[in-house]
Design a protein around this ligand. Structure first.
Ligand code: ASP
Length: 323
């Protein structure tokens, strides 16, 4: 009898505000659906470390990779809704994949609750230093003349780097072979070694290698040049308008996570993105930092839905799907 009461009390405490008040009392896992060292991982580590300091608990990074992030996002969707397992994702994993993958075993919009919108970065058109092109027009000509000599890296169908490729192919009339990786961190290593020749990759991943002279950048996929790389022309300036893609990030929790916990996590993310050192590190990688209002769970939910409505017809028109 006593045990039953204790169990019942435990259950109430777990579900109610008292549980949320005690939260967090142990480390929180952030599932990163791509390889260590890549753009999503870097975002999780920079923001997560500062969130952890705010919450008084360590944030543990768990890289659960494969199938353009769908494996990792699926793990978050099936985790206990107690605030101790959350996921980081981006436009690809949490919007575009919902239109591409016809057999997901979770509902991208229904099984995950938005916590906070995180920064957004454009993509850079980059090649290995072996590619003999001085600017984007020469690069496009080279790709058209050498379709068999060139292969490009992506983090799988529906990843940020793949969305970039789709826009690039459509605007330039090029087409090269794609090699899927578990993240663009390892793909960038292969690009430097000329195992692959081209990527359309997030600035946060490619810019440090461009600065080090290890790969070459031709254009940034944005309307305006990026403050972190003012010498790199926009795709329109370089002769090919219509390649404007920004990869925004976000944090999600499994459906059923108490709203008090979502709000605590959101508040910690807001504090993290106000921190001058965090901002400096992210801006140096070309990231655009959202306002606290844009980060709010309700605003982020609306934004994710709007992005889904925008991208679904684009993906369907492009005929990209995985059955
Ligand atoms: N964000 C992925 C990563 O972290 C790459 C991608 O989406 O293209 O590797």
């Amino acid at each position: 009898m006593l045990r039953r009461t204790a169990l019942a009390l435990f259950a109430t405490a777990f579900a109610g505000p008292a549980f949320a008040q005690a939260y967090p009392n142990k480390p929180i896992t952030i599932v990163v659906p791509f390889s260590a060292g890549g753009p999503t991982d870097v975002m999780a580590r920079i923001v997560g470390e500062r969130m952890g300091r705010e919450l008084g608990q360590q944030m543990i990074i768990d890289n659960v990779t494969g199938a353009a992030g769908t494996i990792g996002v699926g793990k978050v969707a099936r985790s206990a809704p107690d605030g101790y397992t959350i996921g980081i994702g981006h436009l690809g994993t949490n919007v575009v994949n919902g239109a591409i993958y016809k057999n997901l075993n979770y509902d991208l919009l229904g099984d995950l609750v938005p916590i906070a919108l995180l920064p957004s970065n454009p993509l850079l058109v980059v090649t290995s230093n072996q590619v003999p092109a001085k600017d984007l027009k020469e690069l496009v000509a080279y790709l058209k003349a050498n379709p068999d000599k060139v292969s490009g890296g992506t983090a799988g169908m529906g990843s940020g780097s793949h969305i970039g490729v789709l826009a690039f192919f459509a605007a330039t009339g090029t087409n090269y072979q794609l090699v899927p990786y578990r993240g663009t961190g390892p793909a960038a290593q292969d690009l430097m070694a000329n195992q692959i020749q081209i990527m359309i990759d997030q600035s946060s991943n490619s810019l440090p290698h461009v600065r080090a002279g290890k790969i070459r950048a031709y254009a940034v996929t944005a309307k305006q040049r990026n403050a972190a790389a003012p010498d790199i022309p926009t795709t329109a300036e370089a002769g090919f308008p219509g390649i404007e893609v920004a990869i925004w990030h976000g944090l999600w929790a499994p459906k059923g996570t108490p709203p008090e916990i979502i709000n605590k996590l959101n508040a910690a993310a807001v504090v993290a993105l106000k921190d001058p050192e965090v901002r400096r590190r992210l801006e140096d990688l070309g990231q655009d930092i959202p306002t606290p209002e844009q980060m709010q769970p309700a605003a982020f939910t609306a934004y994710q839905k709007a992005e889904f409505a925008k991208w679904k017809p684009i993906i369907e028109k492009a005929g990209v799907k995985v059955e």
